[in-house]
Design a protein around this ligand. Structure first.
Ligand code: ADP
Ligand code: MG
Length: 549
């Protein structure tokens, strides 16, 4: 196995870099140890080297599964330019081209073979005759329906580990929350993979969320001190990209629209002009940005709410690649949420998409450090508030929320982490509905311990607790609330919790009228329950409608 010195020499020789970026050498060493590996590293972090460099030093072929035909060619061209023998196979090629690659593989002339998952059968005939040394699965989140970019063709990749149990496999992705990560390992059959998780913290990006009214005016004022700074405005619809670009041009900015409906040449031109600083602003749909290497993007605006945190993170991540301070601004509007919910409703995996949208909304609604939320979504906890988001810069009033937190966390414990937010609140508030009764939750110690807090306030508090990392929403399990390891600090070790005071939410009537309490008036409570059930029966309506207080 090569030592760090040899690895560094190879890095310099073939890629021209003097040293490794964080995690790269650990990952490479782990491959040489024969481990399977899962790599989570933000875009631009340098994932490719993690398999390209071992490929040079290993005896056989490294197979790279990659979903994007367009990027495959760029990657291979880049490698060839560095004197590394690489090739790709995908459906865009002629039979002759593929035949010549066959021959080169058999002649051991190729170190790295990029292949689209749809084209894997291409190798069936020669697998027995070639020596494989490493299998790399790039953009590995595509295998998971919990991910944000599911590709059905990826799901067949699970067979690779069964077929080549001794060949180390490395799965790489920039965006995978915890559930997706687990799913990737399950589906690829790499339960013992070593996990390498790089930091997602981009400290130079400021984070800001504003209400989405009068967006155009807000954008003009945002841009007033950015006359020459490059930026991207992400919009939900193609139409908006065009009207917005038009309005910006009217104000004297150089701005162009970019979306998948614009012809290829024009898109390429916009991209090039942006990279060369000929145009300052691109108003784009999410189609823009993949594979664009521009280091001096100074700001990113989201004109509409993105549909999930992965997308949001990736898009703001296009700002400030050079490490210099850069601004991001997200507009948050209810109309966007309704629109996105409709899209989610129509999609194949509705539940997952809705849950992800919910998480996005919680981020936008947050009253605590936004970076903490963003990072906790990717499984990273930071101790201190960031100081570089709008909430940190203009903090809400905080109260000692320890008791509120203890009540919520112990309620989640008592219901065995089996319920979503709504039911947890129902139990805390002692609601008299069928979900509660069917499961016997009215007998729990935490039942009705906090009916002095209004439903909507509870919802906000629980979101804050989630955002602070004490609770987790298992969106692949019906959004059940789960405790995180740090929850026990609050429950058993006296850790104090601050919660933002909910000035914005007026107490509703429900919090003033106390429900009949089972503990103090059990007979009355039971009679009322029976009456309600009877009424439901007579009226022929589902009981839960009556119990829904
Ligand atoms: P990812 O796949 O994680 O998005 P890439 O592998 O495409 O990232 O790398 C992003 C950029 O960083 C590329 O331009 C790459 O050449 C560069 N890079 C990778 N490793 C290093 C390194 N050790 N030193 C300097 N630059 C590096
Ligand atoms: Mg990559």
């Amino acid at each position: 196995m090569p030592d760090l010195q040899q690895l560094t020499t190879t890095l310099k020789e073939y890629f021209g870099y003097d040293s490794f970026r964080p995690l790269q050498s650990e990952i490479i060493a782990s491959i040489f140890d024969g481990n399977d590996n899962l790599v989570i590293m933000p875009t631009g972090g340098g994932k490719s080297i993690c398999y390209q460099l071992p490929a040079l030093l290993l005896p056989g072929i490294t197979l790279v599964i990659s979903p994007l035909i367009a990027l495959m060619k760029d990657q291979v061209d880049g490698l060839l330019a560095n004197g590394i023998s690489a090739a790709f196979v995908n459906s865009s090629q002629t039979t002759e081209e593929q035949q010549s690659i066959y021959q080169k593989l058999l002649d051991k002339e190729i170190k790295l073979l990029y292949i689209a998952p749809e084209s894997l059968s291409f190798l069936d005939a020669i697998f027995a005759q070639i020596e494989l040394s490493l299998i790399a699965i790039d953009e590995a989140h595509c295998i998971s329906a919990w991910g944000h970019d599911f590709r059905p063709a990826y799901t067949q990749l699970g067979y690779l580990k069964n077929r080549f149990p001794k060949i180390p496999l490395i799965a790489l992705t920039a965006t995978a929350d915890k559930a997706t990560r687990q799913d990737i390992c399950d589906q690829l059959n790499i339960p013992n993979a070593t996990h390498h998780i790089a930091s997602f913290d981009r400290k130079n990006l400021s984070l800001e969320v504003r209400p989405g009214n009068k967006r155009i005016e807000q954008i003009f004022s945002f841009l007033s001190d950015k006359t020459n700074d490059s930026g991207i405005i992400y919009c939900l619809s193609r139409k908006t990209t065009e009207t917005l670009a038009e309005k910006l041009r009217e104000q004297g900015f150089t701005a162009e629209a970019y979306h998948a409906g614009i012809n290829h040449d024009q898109r390429a031109k916009v991209q090039e002009d942006f990279i060369n600083d000929t145009i300052q602003i691109v108003c784009a749909t999410i189609a823009f940005g993949m594979g664009i290497d521009k280091s001096n993007v100074r700001w990113v605006i989201h004109y509409n709410l993105p549909k999930n945190i992965e997308g949001y993170y990736q898009e703001i991540g296009r700002a400030g690649r050079d490490g210099l301070p850069s601004s991001t601004l997200l507009f948050h509007s209810y109309a966007d949420i309704v629109q996105l919910q409709k899209f989610a409703d129509m999609s194949g995996n509705k539940e997952v998409q809705l849950a992800k949208l919910d998480r996005m909304k919680q981020y936008a609604d947050s009253l605590s450090c936004r970076r903490k939320i963003l990072l906790s979504y990717f499984g990273e906890l930071i101790e201190q508030d960031c100081g570089n988001c709008d909430v940190c810069k203009n903090p809400p009033e905080f109260i000692d929320g320890t008791i509120i937190a203890q009540k919520a966390l112990s309620c989640v414990t008592r219901i065995k982490e089996e319920e979503p937010i709504g039911t947890v609140i129902d139990v805390l508030r002692g609601a008299q509905n069928t979900t509660v009764y069917d499961k016997g939750y009215q007998n729990l110690k935490t039942y009705g311990i906090a009916n002095d807090i209004a439903w909507r306030d509870w919802q906000q508090y629980i979101i804050q607790l989630t955002n602070q990392g004490y609770l987790e929403i298992a969106f692949h399990q019906n959004n059940k609330l789960k405790l995180t390891p740090i929850a026990k600090k609050v429950l058993f070790e006296g850790e104090k919790v601050s919660l933002a005071h909910l000035k914005a939410f007026e107490k509703t009537k429900e919090s003033i009228i106390k429900p009949i309490d089972k503990g103090t008036a059990p007979d009355l409570f039971e009679r009322l329950r029976q009456l309600r059930l009877q009424l439901a029966k007579e009226e022929g309506i589902p009981a839960y409608q009556i119990f829904n207080d």
